[in-house]
Ligand binder design. Structure first.
Ligand SMILES: [Zn+2]
Ligand SMILES: [Zn+2]
Length: 388
């Protein structure tokens, strides 16, 4: 039976994947510095017969690995990540995230000769900072792809949900230095402009959609209390449920800074200090297909769609290709992400068993998409209808 065959293939790959996941867990590397982790994935994919393009699109720790059946058909993408967090290592579990998505790609490749199409595993660096998927999407990395699946470890299994669109905005205010006590009337206080931007934004908060988020810091606010600050820099993340509302909100936030700069008499420069993330749009038909297979391979408890107030770079992919980003459960009890506890939870027998089942569901989903033309057509129709 198909389910047993796929589970057997996933089970056979388990030990190799465990080794890679634990190596990456013990050697955490930050975004765009994931050289060892990237190599571990590339070596494994090459060993299993994938054609690998390293330093994909000029990004040193990105790759594209392809296994083609040689017969025209759907292109299935799995997205791997392997970056860690400063100080707490793999608190987001990207060590296990990477091996589960790469593992699904390898498992599917073992079946592909019986079908058609191809499987592509993408190595996508720096999800925690300025995610590479943004640049990869802009440069057309996913244009040939029919469906994209990325699974993320969590304490419980959740269906694919949503995440917020996000812009990272920096305000640089330039004033004029002067002796703050002896000569204040000749100074232009750049810090006042930054502080008043926060005050303006706090007033704005009362009149925005409650699902939005605006949060910021001051990274530069003067050098000494007896010098009128000539330079101030503030950085904000602005988030909203849709790209359209985000653009509207960002303009209002910029006006808060413009007004504050004008009041202080400072010059204002506006820039994006990190890549902007789009909101995640889950393809519901693809998500239902995946959830069905997850139940079939023996996962009983699956929570509803996870609506995240964070932002994910896979959001950008979901505006180009029908995409799902479900979470797979690896913990006995509730465990928060971005903690040392969660990093440790990625190396338990429960986590590895969940990895195997999750990979099997990912592969069975792909096989159904490859063999059922009508299913792919319905997935595409939904994608086209949700596109703005
Ligand atoms: Zn993560
Ligand atoms: Zn994270």
């Amino acid at each position: 039976m198909m389910i047993d065959k796929v589970l057997d293939i996933a089970q056979e790959l388990k030990q190799e994947l465990v080794e890679v996941s634990e190596f990456i867990l013990e050697n955490p590397e930050l975004g765009y510095e994931e050289f060892m982790a990237c190599k571990a994935h590339v070596d494994l994919l090459k060993k299993h017969g994938f054609e690998v393009e390293e330093e994909y699109m000029g990004i040193k720790t990105a790759f594209k690995a392809v296994y083609d059946s040689g017969k025209p058909g759907p292109a299935i993408a799995y997205l791997s990540e392997y970056d860690a967090l400063p100080g707490i290592g793999h608190g987001c579990g990207h060590n296990l995230l990477g091996t589960t998505n790469t593992g699904a790609g390898i498992a599917l490749s073992k079946l592909l000769k019986d079908y058609c199409g191809k499987v592509v595993v993408y190595g996508t660096p720096a999800e925690e900072t300025s995610g590479a998927k943004v640049e990869m999407t802009e440069k057309g990395a996913f244009d040939e792809i029919d469906i994209a699946i990325e699974v993320h470890p969590s304490d419980k299994h959740y269906m694919s949900g949503a995440s917020l669109a996000m812009q990272a905005i920096q305000f640089t205010y330039r004033g004029r230095a002067a002796h703050a006590a002896a000569d204040p009337e000749h100074g232009i206080n750049a810090l006042d402009a930054a502080i008043n931007t926060f005050n303006n934004i706090n007033a704005l908060r009362e009149h925005i959609k409650s699902s939005s988020r605006i949060h910021g810091i001051i990274t530069e606010g003067g050098k000494a209390a007896n010098i009128v600050p000539e330079l101030a820099i503030a950085q904000f993340y602005v988030r909203a449920t849709t790209k359209t509302y985000l653009e509207e909100l960002v303009e209002k936030v910029k006006n808060c800074a413009r007004g504050a700069a004008m009041a202080a008499g400072a010059e204002l420069e506006i820039s994006n200090y990190e890549a902007s993330y789009d909101n995640l749009v889950t393809n519901k038909i693809l998500s239902e297909t995946y959830t069905k297979w997850l139940r079939e391979v023996g996962v009983e408890r699956i929570e509803g769609p996870r609506e995240s107030f964070g932002s994910l770079d896979v959001g950008n992919v979901s505006h180009i290709v029908p995409t799902i980003h479900p979470y797979f459960g690896i913990c006995e009890k509730e465990t928060a992400g971005h903690t040392r506890e969660f990093a440790q939870a990625t190396k338990t027998p429960l986590a590895y068993d969940s990895m195997v089942k999750t990979m099997a569901a990912m592969v069975l989903t792909a096989v159904e998409v490859i063999t059922d033309k009508d299913l792919l057509a319905r997935i595409r129709d939904e994608f086209n209808s949700t596109r703005k």
